[in-house]
Design a protein around this ligand. Structure first.
Ligand code: IMP
Ligand code: MG
Length: 175
């Protein structure tokens, strides 16, 4: 099986959209500090680019989750592989995610983090596949809605590869 990657969103398009979202976040959080939570590993590239362009004070933390499932579908039960280092009490928390697919991972994560008493809890995603939604999640900031295709790059992987592509691409498989 051969794989090839076709550009869906160029580096320039992605960077430009991240700058717009960062401006919106900076306006919405004016006079406040925003605490970014990166969901590892896919959201790392997005969070770095976003954080560099936010103009209000920023703090950051990282967490890693894995969903119990058959490898291709998430079951909705999330295991915390690496928890946050800092408590969330009184913080304006913004979860930064690479992609929302069924929504199961995020709806579970939001439930967990909401119990830690943040002053506010919002969600920002680079990509969203709304057609695939099973669990409802309120997304506050979306860079791009995309069709139901498997994408890689800008942090997103296929079997741990392609995360370092500077653009978002669709993987094609051929014999
Ligand atoms: P959900 O619980 O179905 O919303 O799962 C979301 C997670 O599945 C994301 O955080 C990604 O890790 C992974 N995922 C979903 N769609 C894609 C894709 O097109 N490319 C790479 N990873 C994906
Ligand atoms: Mg992810």
């Amino acid at each position: 099986m051969r794989e090839s990657v076709k550009v869906l969103l160029s580096e320039q398009e992605v960077d430009q959209r991240i700058a717009e979202i960062a401006k919106q976040i900076s306006d919405d959080y004016a006079g406040k500090e925003v605490h970014l939570i990166c969901v590892l590993k896919g959201a790392v590239f997005f969070m770095c680019e976003l954080a560099k362009r936010i103009t209000v004070p920023v703090t950051m933390d990282f967490m890693s989750v894995s969903s119990y499932g058959d490898g291709t579908k998430s079951s909705g039960v999330v295991k915390i592989v690496k928890d946050l280092d800092q408590p969330l009490d009184g913080k304006n928390v913004l979860i930064v995610e690479d992609i929302i697919d069924s929504g199961r991972t995020l709806s579970y994560l939001i439930d967990i983090l909401d119990k830690r008493n943040p002053a506010s809890l919002r969600l920002c995603t680079l990509l969203d596949k709304p057609e695939r939604r099973i669990a409802q999640v309120m997304v506050d900031y979306t860079c791009f809605n995309i069709p139901d295709e498997f994408v890689v790059g800008y942090g997103l992987d296929y079997a741990q590869r392609y995360r370092n592509l500077p653009f978002i691409g669709v993987v094609n498989f051929s014999e």
